[in-house]
Write a new protein. Structure first.
Lengths: 373, 316, 301
């Protein structure tokens, strides 16, 4: 039985890797094309395919054309493990994605066992890169860094009674707890700490309860659909406490949902927006994206997926190989200060992006996101 | 020539067992999912199919089994497969406690209560109840199972684990179907009052069906935890329960072969439809609707029980 | 105490929406004994159609906020009603004589279909209703500011409940509906066109769901293609709580569910809100197995 099993396993591996010798360089893209985060995934696909087209017009990689193979993870761990297994059979060098941390986590072992590089674009949970996986990278920063920036911002603004609200997702709760612990270290009292249920429309109950606790500053670590509703309903209640959000609120839809009047003065943390990058790469990318799809990318995470693609392409070129081990080694050691769309990119040994990525933004009365000095 | 159904089933099963030799790991993993859902569907079939109780919260029991395995393995180092009986017992015990007061509810009222149950379990898991479920992160780093010193890790390995479990389930449940217990459940599904009148303790039988189905789902949870190595509350949402419900009803409530076919259709079709890209779930919804319309009793409804009457009517 | 009343009105506002959706749910159930899982998606369709008509016709610019919205509501009701009739013809009629749960699976299939159809037509992004449709200034009740839209939603659900109740109790068609609800075969023998009755029910139920979707859009602003599933489930819970098949029951169940959620979140735990609501539901059903206003008839399955 054991023999048969290993024979079967061997055969599976053979099928999995035989496609490497083909005449295109294949790069996978795994994102939530359907489900609740479909807007992120569909834009990820637009960004990566646009960059791949540009690369192919310039002659591709190692003299071959680049083919992007996308799979839908539906924002669901089980779907994601199927998608990962499907990608693992297609002879890809690496995969870009995905958005949610728990979704990425469900696929890490599959890619690792298949010897495929994974460059996550939105998965900020700390533990993902603490497992010692050789081929895991991410272009987004980690939650602990965001927690630090959040606390520093709060203490700089001089607020004394903080309310922290999360949505019980892995990401938002992690960030909320990180911020809570940091604030405790600075002796800034947290007067309210609780979770809302994402996907609802009415958050008046939560706002009423939070208001009763009397905070002078609110930090919401969840996502933009809820943040928009919170801001709007807060305004309707006539409560003018300052609000700050984490990087999951960074989406122009936020202003549309809440209205410009309700978002004015709202602070949030995020990797810099494409419009605030003065590098030629970013400018030409945004222009090309606008030309093709009619508007600039709405969310930063698809752009980070684009950075993942560009880094991977650069590493394949630099290592002059499509062998994941060589490409991965190149990314960790030789690739330094690569001019990404979202700033300079280098990776440490764990595959995390090095450097301060987070910036503080504020929404002005026009609903524009303004970079704070 | 009439080929006995048993031989056909055996032959199909043999072909299935050879599948990993020709399929790539993606399709093997799809078959793994189907196998797992077939086991879960069969366990739900006891409650929904045989006993006819409207139960749309089966993922709760599955979750409890999976979490029992995850906690025992990651916190106490118990080997994964050893947790199998514990998971089954934990889920069965939970079912016993929860089902006791609600078992008398009828039809749609039972349906909403079971939906409530699965939601309460999911919310409890997200809120890190008793500090042991890991909240929304879930539990990660679950060991791969070992069988006779062999570490099961590739989809191809899991294929044999899952489908042998499924085979065992089919065997045991077909024995159950024709036992006194199975016949009693059918009776109370068809006519509860008459069953009660014939001396069947309906409440006890209903409860027993619930507990048995739950325990089996709990054991399937162990296999799921071992396969994923990470579990989180999202994997056990209300929608999972809905999927299981569709498997049983679409396949043919009360028929083992029907339920397995249901698992192939409900779990397999979205994979077949992947070529439709973002329209795939649209076609999936349509397929569900039309299959149900064309086979209104389910694709393979159970045949009426037939009995040979030896020695009757032959005269003396 | 002020917080308590504030939370109570929060609960009533949410409950009013649940009630509005539950009315359509319970109406369909009353006649067909069908749990229409696609009802939530008809609600979503109403929200999207409302927005499309609003922006393309610009009615509110010409005839003012209230009248414009009133006309739009009628149009949305008409369109969603037609979709409801088609849904019944295609997905449910062939299953009328089959086991009840077969129709439930067909409804689930329809729900998946609708949800993805909306996604394909409109895209996966969030849509936002214009903010300035109705005057923003709140109305003062006992000195407490209450947003105008909240009052409108509550009034709309009460008005719809009463007119639906009167329609079912007092009119000829209503009598036919009640007859068909009790025994379709006997109703047919009495010369009632049961198919027509079901068609009417499947026009009114979805129409109510659709207009509720539009009101949610106007009130909260933000809509997306997955929102119906959650609202549908809440409405089903509300209908069961009140006693499914019973029109005043849907109203009571909806308002009660909203209040339980708000008070549970305010005084016990926000994160456990939905679990608290389900625990209360289960406790109520243990004491009253057919819901608050449900009739205590022995159901023969």
């Amino acid at each position: 039985m054991k023999k048969l099993l290993s024979l079967v396993a061997g055969l599976g591996l053979l099928l999995g890797t035989s496609a490497l010798a083909a005449d295109t360089v294949k790069i996978g893209l795994m994102g939530p094309m359907t489900g609740a985060w479909a807007s992120e995934g569909q834009e990820m696909k637009q960004v990566v395919e646009l960059l791949a087209d540009e690369l192919n017009q310039k002659g591709g990689l190692l003299g071959k054309q680049v083919a992007v193979i996308s799979e839908d993870d539906a924002g669901d761990p089980r779907q994601a493990s199927l998608a990962a297994n499907r990608l693992a059979t297609q002879g890809i060098v690496g995969v870009i994605g995905t958005y949610g941390s728990s979704i990425t986590e469900a696929t890490q072992n599959i890619y690792d066992e298949a010897g495929i590089i994974q460059v996550a674009n939105g998965s900020t949970a700390i533990r993902l890169s603490e497992k010692g996986l050789a081929n895991f990278f991410r272009t987004c920063p980690r939650d602990d860094e965001q927690g630090k920036v959040a606390t520093a911002t709060i203490s700089k603004l001089g607020h004394k009674k903080i309310a922290i609200l999360h949505d019980n997702t892995s990401y938002a709760k992690g960030l909320a707890e990180e911020a809570q612990a940091n604030l405790k270290g600075l002796n800034i009292p947290v007067v309210f700490f609780d979770a809302l249920t994402p996907g609802e429309r009415d958050y008046n109950t939560i706002l009423t309860k939070m208001k009763a606790a009397g905070p002078d500053f609110v930090f919401f670590t969840g996502y933009y659909p809820e943040a928009g509703l919170l801001l709007r309903q807060k305004k309707e209640m006539g409560w003018d406490v300052p609000f700050m959000g984490g990087d999951a609120v960074n989406n122009p839809e936020l202003v549309k949902i809440a209205g410009a009047a309700a978002t004015e003065g709202f602070l949030f943390l995020t990797p810099p927006l494409p419009k605030d990058l003065d590098t030629p790469e970013a400018k030409s990318f945004v222009a090309a994206f606008e030309k093709k799809f009619g508007s600039a990318p709405k969310s930063i995470y698809p752009v980070l997926a684009g950075d993942g693609f560009r880094v991977l392409a650069e590493a394949i070129k630099g290592a002059n190989s499509v062998e994941p081990a060589k490409v991965s080694a190149f990314m960790k050691t030789a690739l330094k200060d690569f001019p990404g769309l979202t700033g300079k990119i280098s990776f440490n040994d764990k595959g995390d992006r090095i450097g301060e990525v987070y910036r503080v933004y504020q929404v002005n009365n026009q609903g524009d996101f303004v970079l704070q000095p | 020539m009439k080929v006995p159904g048993r031989i056909v089933a055996g032959a199909l099963f043999a072909i299935l067992l050879g599948a990993p030799l020709v399929l790539d790991r993606y399709w093997v993993d799809v078959l793994n999912s189907i196998g797992l859902y077939a086991i879960l569907g069969l366990s739900l079939n006891i409650i929904l199919g045989y006993a006819g109780m409207f139960h749309m919260g089966h993922a709760a029991f599955y979750a409890i089994g999976a979490y029992a395995t995850a906690i025992l393995n990651t916190s106490y180092g118990v080997p994964v497969l050893w947790t199998l009986p514990v998971s089954g017992l934990a889920a069965a015990l939970f079912a016993l406690v929860v089902a006791r007061p609600i078992i008398h509810l009828r039809g749609d009222y039972l349906l909403i209560v079971t939906i409530g149950m699965v939601e309460i379990v999911r919310i409890a898991l997200i809120n890190d109840v008793f500090g042991i479920t890991g909240g929304a992160n879930g539990i990660f780093g679950i060991d791969r199972p070992q069988l006779f010193g062999f570490k099961i890790r590739q989809p191809q390995h899991f294929f044999y684990l899952i489908w042998l479990f499924a085979g065992l389930t089919i065997l045991l449940f077909s024995l159950l179907e024709n036992s006194r217990f199975g016949r009693a459940l059918n009776y109370l599904r068809e006519d509860e009052v008459a069953a009660e009148g014939s001396g069947i303790n309906t409440a006890a039988y209903k409860l027993a069906a619930f507990v048995l189905g739950a325990g089996w789902a709990g054991m399937a949870g162990t296999v799921f935890a071992a396969k994923m190595t990470i579990i989180s509350p999202e994997s056990f949402s209300f929608w999972e329960s809905v999927v299981l419900f569709m498997i049983v009803i679409l396949g043919g409530a009360g028929n083992i072969v029907g339920v397995i076919l249901g698992a192939f259709l409900v779990v397999g079709l979205p994979e077949v439809f992947r070529d439709f890209a973002s329209a795939r779930m649209l076609f999936y919804g349509l397929a569900m609707m039309f299959m149900m319309i064309y086979r209104t009793q389910g694709i393979l409804p159970p045949r009426p029980r037939t009995y040979r009457l030896d020695g009757v009517g032959e005269g003396s | 105490m002020e917080q308590f009343f504030q939370q109570l009105t929060n609960g009533l506002a949410v409950g009013g929406i649940y009630a509005l959706i539950a009315l359509g749910y319970t109406m369909v159930y009353g006649v067909l004994k069908l749990i229409n899982f696609a009802h939530g998606d008809l609600f979503t369709i109403g929200a999207y159609l409302g927005l499309t008509l609003l922006t393309s016709l610009a009615l509110t610019d010409h005839v003012g906020g209230f009248l414009g919205i009133g006309v739009l509501a009628l149009m949305v009701m008409g369109l969603v009603g037609i979709i409801g009739i088609l849904l019944e013809r295609i997905a449910y009629r062939p299953l009328r004589e089959s086991p009840r749960l077969s129709a439930v699976v067909s409804a689930l299939g329809a729900s998946i279909f609708f949800q993805n159809a909306i996604m394909l037509v409109y895209g996966a992004k969030f849509y936002v209703y214009p903010q300035d449709l109705l005057p923003k200034s709140p109305v003062f009740i006992f000195g407490m500011p209450v947003p105008l839209m909240r009052i409108l939603i509550l009034v709309a659900s009460v008005v719809m409940m009463i007119s639906l109740y009167l329609f079912v109790q007092k009119t000829r068609i209503g009598t036919a509906i009640r007859a068909a609800a009790i025994d379709q075969g006997a109703a047919r023998l009495m010369g009632i066109d049961v198919n027509r009755v079901i068609m009417i029910v499947f026009c009114i139920g979805p129409a109510l769901g659709g207009v509720a979707g539009m009101m949610v859009g106007i009130y909260y602003g933000q809509i997306n293609f997955t929102m119906g599933w959650n609202y549908g489930l809440k409405a089903f819970t509300a209908a069961i709580l009140g006693g499914i098949g019973n029109i005043p029951g849907a109203m009571v169940g909806g308002l009660l569910l909203g209040v339980i959620e708000a008070l549970g979140a305010a005084y016990i735990s926000m994160a456990w809100k939905d679990a608290i609501a389900f625990v209360v539901l289960i406790l109520i059903l243990i004491v009253r197995p057919t819901g608050l206003l449900g009739e205590r008839v022995a159901e023969k399955i």
